[in-house]
Design a protein around this ligand. Sequence first.
Ligand code: NDP
Length: 242
Amino acid sequence: MSSPLRLAGRLALVTGATRGIGRAVALAYAKEGAHLILVGRTAGALEEVDDEIRALGGNATLLTLDLKNRDKIDALGPTIYQRWEKLDILVGNAGILGPLSPLGHVTADAWDEVLNVNLTANWRLIRTLDPLLRRSDAGRAIFVSSGAAVSRAAYWGPYSVSKAGLEALVVTYAREVENTPVRANLINPGPTRTNMRAKAFPGENAASLKTPESIAPTFVKLAEAACTDNGKIFDLKTGDVR
Ligand code: NDP
């Protein structure tokens, strides 16, 4: 007898679902029976992931959204409420690398963009979706951090600052929901074979890196109603939990 699907009937919103880690997480959730709300900038790329989900027997709702569009993020909560009245799983995965250069060479526009996409957009997502996560019997919020949050390497300024801020944001949120059924955690995937990694380390042999599919099971585990972890940061490179 096959085991029951671990996310059967759950409603999950994934940002950055067009490719890389977000796409792999969306497919893994669909395989476990979740209905997906796929968020991404380009309709065509979302449709391709939608096709893959359908091929697995799943289904998805597509939401074309640039996370720099603050008003559109703020409208998400009311829109999802109208149709579903709650949200079970939020995955704040979308992110950009931004410039790798000395702080003095970073343009104000580039700084703002990295902080907006990697940090402020996730705060706005929490702000508009928290009431819906609280309406679920087991709301789960998962955000994607990076080793850069703590390594603070030279030339990685905007990205490092955005991820350090994201960790502070999500752990703060976790403390605020401690006495509710909502649970919020972060995952640091470690080096993973995606476009972003190739941009950061162009000379690297991508074949030596783990695939996005290989890290998706941790996202499933933290999305399950059975998950009791809260305010933790799971480092998939070292296996450490902070
Ligand atoms: P990719 O570059 O492959 O994917 C990034 C995703 O974010 C894409 O779906 C992209 O959508 C989306 N995105 C970027 N900007 C916006 C925006 N303004 N509005 C909406 N969506 C946007 O990167 P990864 O899969 O590698 O990264 C996923 C997460 O993992 C990021 O938060 C990253 O910081 C983190 N991470 C990755 C590591 C790695 O080694 N790969 C290591 C540590 C952390 P679009 O297709 O529209 O561009």
